[in-house]
Structures are given as structure tokens and as C-alpha cells.
Design a binder for this molecule. Structure first.
Ligand SMILES: Cc1ncc(COP(=O)(O)O)c(C=O)c1O
Length: 428
């Protein structure tokens, strides 16, 4: 362990881990999907840092834009007017689905969701929220308890009025159906849930565009259209949490674009600033925007639409457009999918490969069954991936592939070879 790692570990917490179990990563340099650590390690990033480094490390457009914004030295209050703030709002309205016109700009995904749900309550005058069983919406007390993610358990009882909905988890379909013949029971379940709760008590349904850290559940075609229709029938707002799935991650600007649906609110973070500054946003429809022309928007924060955040948003969106990275993610995804299938075909411990664009999961099982690989094997796999210098997110029996949008096919070839070798070393 380096001196720096020791000094830092003594004074600054690592997250989501007992401190002695933390696996620090001292990055000293990087470019695109590659980075180097203090011990001389040369890594490939298959996880986009915290699923947010859409532009990889050291992108010159980002470093330039942030340096310029910092050099102005503007200390702005939430009501301040400046060019990057106006431009960030305009760009968000341009890339969001048609009809989403105005943004609330904050610092994180959790904050974006918190404010989206506050707005939904203010607009509808109702309080309950429907969220899925396997979902993650952030680590604040309210957003963690809204999440179906098991990490909420230690903080319960949490936010009152949270109602659960089944997941579009086709590999382990909660209704025992097959995707080709199911009739979208997981979306239709919303009608049953609302019937039990009383739809007039429900302000919003919040759904990840594609559930990310809980397992990459790509909703079947038509899923969001059916949910949209049910919400409309009951005057309930649809909030798409695109914190992880937004900004090209799935090969479209937002995952709901695959279904041609406009939610009432899209929440985003991560790719919004590509990790170069903290940033989050809730983008709302014209109707919601107009509501707050006359009514007070009871939302705010000291660092609201901070100048560095706005500069990062403008630079990130401009770069996605200039480099056609959303299209490139779709194309690379079409290249990657069959290769992951091929990797799985000769390995009976890969139960399913699922995903789209540059968001994929491998579900690892005991051969000949759908029983998840045990924690011990997954721990050994984590070590095998680390020893090959692959930065990969893992959880339970899942391995995720979510590289920066700027990754090249040759980098992915190299990564897949190493991934296959690590899987064989531990699970064959
Ligand atoms: C779908 C989703 N929503 C919300 C969040 C919370 O975002 P943040 O960590 O920026 O608060 C995350 C973070 O991983 C996420 O994946």
C-alpha cells in the first residue's frame, strides 16, 4: 500500500464497505478506457468508473471546458444567470424525448430523484410512489428506502407510501412466463398494484430506463408504452430514472427512446457530466414546468446549477454529439452482443447474457441449472479479474460490462479475452 493510500484511508471513508475490506485504486494517469495505477498496473475500464465515465479518462474537451469555467472564478447563487446554465438547459431539452422542456440542475442522481418526487407530489397533490422490487434510486435515506435494492434493509422503516411493482426480469420471470408469449405481465401488473392501492393516492411511478446495478433488465418492447398508458389513465406521473441508462449508455440518448415514450420527468446524472464534475438533473414536461409558473417550487440547494456543473453538462453533451458517441455506443453494442454470446456458448456456467448498447450483464449459475454461483466463487472471480487489471462491476452472481462510450473494438477484444480467461480459471 502506498503512503498516499495509507494517509487517505486513515482520514477519508470508503463507501459501501467495511473499511478494512476496501480495495483502493490509486489512479495516476489515464486516457479513454485505459488507466494506470501507482503500482504500474495498466487497466482496462469495463465499468466506466462508477458507471459514469462515458468519455473515459482525460478527455481534452472536458478538461478544457472545466479549466475555462474555473478560471472565470464565478461564485454563483442558485438564482444566478450565466451562459453555461442557459445552454445546459437548452441542450437537455434538445436531447431529451420530445416534450421535456425544463430542467432542475443538482449534484447527483439521488438528488435528481428526490426533487422529481417532490415535484410529482406538488403537481398531483398525491403522496404514494410505485417503484420496482429490484431497483436503485440513490443512497439518501428517502431514495434508498424507495429502492427495492436490499441495501435499504438497515435503514427501514423508510419513506412511507412506497408501493412495489414486479420486475421485467425475463430470465427469472416473476410470472413464470417466456418473453415471446408473455403479454407484458410485468407492465400489466401496474394496473393490479394501483387497483389495490387506490390510484387516486399515487403521485408517481418511478422506473429505471434499464435497471442497472440490480441486474440489467432490458424491458421487453412495448413495456414503457403500456406503463405510460396506465399512468395516463389514472393521472399518475411517470418518472424515468435514467441516471445509469441515460446519455448513450444503451445506444440511444435515453433508454425510454427505444420505446418512443416521453415520461413526465427524466432524472439523470452520471453521463450527464461524464464524471468530470458532480451533476444531476430532473427534466420535466412543459405541463409540469407551467404548473410552477404560478405555484411555488419548494425545491432548492446551495450548489443548484453550479457553474462548474453546468460547464461540464454543456461540454459532455456537445462531445457526445460531435463524436457521435450515442450512435457509436449502439454500433459497438451490436458488435459486442454476439461476442458475449459466443463467450457464453462454450461456458455452461454463464446462464444468460443480456443487455444492449454498452450495458450488459452476465448471470453466472451452476452448470445445468439457474442456481446462482455462490459468493465464494464470485469472490475468487473478483480477484482473477483484478489480477488481469480489468475494472469490472460485480454483484451477487452478476458480472457487468459497461465500458466508456469511447472504448474501441480492439480494447474490447482484449478485455473479452481476459474476461474469458478469468471465468475459466475460477469456474471451469
Ligand atoms: C439508476 C440509478 N439511480 C440513481 C442513482 C444515484 O445516483 P447518485 O449516486 O449520483 O446519487 C444511481 C447510482 O448508481 C443509479 O444507478
Amino acid at each position: 500500500m502506498s503512503d498516499l493510500t495509507a494517509r487517505q484511508g486513515a482520514r477519508v471513508f470508503y463507501t459501501w464497505t467495511a473499511q478494512k475490506d476496501a480495495v483502493p485504486l490509486e489512479i495516476v494517469s489515464g486516457r479513454g478506457a485505459r488507466f494506470e495505477t501507482d503500482d504500474g498496473g495498466r487497466w482496462l475500464d469495463l465499468g466506466s468508473m462508477t458507471w459514469n465515465a462515458h468519455l473515459g479518462q482525460g478527455h481534452p474537451a472536458m478538461t478544457r471546458a472545466l479549466a475555462e469555467a474555473a478560471s472565470r472564478g464565478l461564485v454563483a447563487s442558485p438564482g444566478a444567470v450565466f451562459a453555461e446554465k442557459a445552454r445546459a438547459g437548452e441542450l437537455l431539452a434538445e436531447v431529451a424525448p420530445r416534450g421535456l422542456t425544463k430542467s432542475f440542475i443538482c449534484l447527483s442522481g439521488a438528488e435528481a430523484n428526490e426533487n422529481a418526487l417532490k415535484m410529482a407530489r406538488l403537481v398531483t397533490g398525491r403522496s404514494k410512489v410505485v417503484a420496482r422490487n429490484r431497483s436503485y434510486h440513490g443512497a439518501t435515506l428517502a431514495m434508498l428506502s424507495l429502492s427495492g435494492d436490499p441495501r435499504r434493509a438497515r435503514f427501514e422503516p423508510g419513506l412511507p407510501g412506497v408501493v412495489r411493482l414486479a420486475d421485467p426480469y425475463c430470465y427469472r420471470c416473476p410470472f413464470g412466463k417466456e418473453p415471446r408469449s408473455c403479454g407484458l405481465d410485468c407492465a400489466a401488473d401496474l394496473e393490479a398494484v394501483l387497483g389495490r392501492e387506490g390510484p387516486e393516492s399515487v403521485a408517481a411511478v418511478i422506473l429505471e430506463g434499464v435497471a442497472g446495478a440490480n441486474g440489467v433488465f432490458v424491458p421487453p418492447q412495448g413495456y414503457f408504452r403500456m406503463v405510460r398508458e396506465i399512468c395516463d389513465r389514472h393521472g399518475i406521473l411517470l418518472v424515468a430514472d435514467e441516471v445509469l441508462s441515460g446519455f448513450g449508455r444503451t445506444g440511444r440518448w435515453f433508454a425510454v427512446d427505444h420505446d418512443g415514450v416521453t415520461p413526465d420527468i427524466i432524472t439523470c446524472a452520471k453521463g450527464l457530466t461524464a464524471g468530470y464534475a458532480p451533476g444531476g438533473a430532473a427534466i420535466v414536461t412543459e405541463r409540469i414546468a407551467r404548473h410552477f409558473d404560478d405555484e411555488v417550487l419548494w425545491c432548492g440547494l446551495t450548489a443548484y446549477a453550479n457553474p462548474l456543473v453546468c460547464a461540464a453538462i454543456v461540454a459532455a453533451i456537445t462531445t457526445y454529439r460531435d463524436e457521435r458517441l450515442v450512435e457509436r455506443a449502439a454500433q459497438t453494442g451490436r458488435w459486442l452482443g454476439p461476442r458475449l454470446e459466443r463467450l457464453a456458448a462454450s461456458r455452461p456456467f454463464v446462464g444468460e447474457v443480456r443487455g444492449l448498447g454498452l450495458l450488459w450483464a452476465l448471470e453466472l449459475v451452476l452448470p445445468g441449472s439457474r442456481t446462482p454461483q455462490p459468493a465464494g466463487a464470485m469472490g475468487r472471480l473478483a480477484a482473477a479479474l483484478r489480477s488481469r487489471r480489468l475494472h469490472v462491476h460485480k454483484r451477487d452472481n452478476l458480472v457487468y460490462i459497461a465500458p466508456p462510450l469511447v472504448v474501441t473494438e480492439s480494447e474490447l477484444e482484449e478485455a473479452l479475452e481476459k474476461l474469458g480467461a478469468a471465468l475459466d480459471e475460477v469456474l471451469s
